[in-house]
Design a binder for this molecule. Structure first.
Ligand code: AMP
Length: 215
């Protein structure tokens, strides 16, 4: 089973993708995470990517398409869950071609529908445990004991350098101008399913599961 999660930054794509990994044994392919790995490694690609990511803009299609293509080949599991890809019409078309060449089918394209104001608040306050990656938020999801990760007990946390109000506005503009136009591409042949992403994580996951399980 191969699934795409679509929606603006802060819609909860990463969080829902992690839950899909746990529940259905899918492999999560997040282009944002792959790019952040390159930045951490200090590779040439990472250096180029950081500047663009910190400006809240999108990386060139050819670069992202070749990066994801390699990962699709390596993925073993019950299928893939794409989070943050495709983000342009060219990427969506390239993905269809890549899947077709590999005899793979795209079973579900799920759009997490959220209000822009809410995502600015969600993103501006979010941070994560530097050890295990568990996600928190300054006002919405605090650790039970301040300064200590609920999951692994670490006291180290980190914030994404692009999770600040200015960059978030640019990221939302990139979503509106370059990514939202792919929604009709998937709607046209009946592949797009819209889920209300404004509910809490568990409720949204119930809706996502209902789409996948066809109930
Ligand atoms: P994300 O973690 O999905 O929010 O992505 C973080 C940043 O990585 C984005 O703001 C873009 O700069 C870049 N990025 C991630 N995925 C893509 C993509 N599919 N196409 C172009 N740029 C991307």
């Amino acid at each position: 089973m191969n699934v795409i999660l679509l929606g603006p930054p802060g819609a909860g794509k990463g969080t829902q993708a992690e839950k899909l990994v746990e529940t259905y044994g899918l492999v999560q392919l997040s282009t944002g995470e792959m790019l952040r790995d390159e930045v951490r490694l200090g590779s040439e690609m990472g250096k180029r990517a950081k500047e663009i990511m910190d400006a809240g803009k999108l990386l060139p299609d050819d670069l992202v398409i070749s990066m994801i293509s390699g990962r699709i080949d390596q993925a073993d599991g019950n299928g893939i869950i794409l989070d943050g890809f495709p983000r342009t019409k060219a990427q969506a078309e390239a993905l269809d071609k890549m899947l077709e060449e590999r005899n793979l089918k795209l079973e579900h394209v799920i759009q997490l529908d959220v209000a822009e104001d809410a995502v600015v608040e969600r993103i501006s306050g979010r941070y994560s445990c530097a050890e295990c990656g568990s996600g928190y938020h300054d006002s919405l999801i605090k650790p039970e004991v301040e300064g200590i990760c609920d999951n692994c007990g670490s006291k180290k946390f980190s914030r994404r350098s692009d999770d600040n109000q200015d960059t978030v506005r640019s990221r939302l503009a990139a979503y509106r101008e370059q990514t939202a136009p792919i929604l009709p591409y998937y709607a046209a042949d009946g592949r797009l399913i819209v889920v209300d992403g404004m509910e809490n994580v568990e409720k949204v996951f119930e809706s996502v599961r209902a789409v996948i399980d066809g109930v």
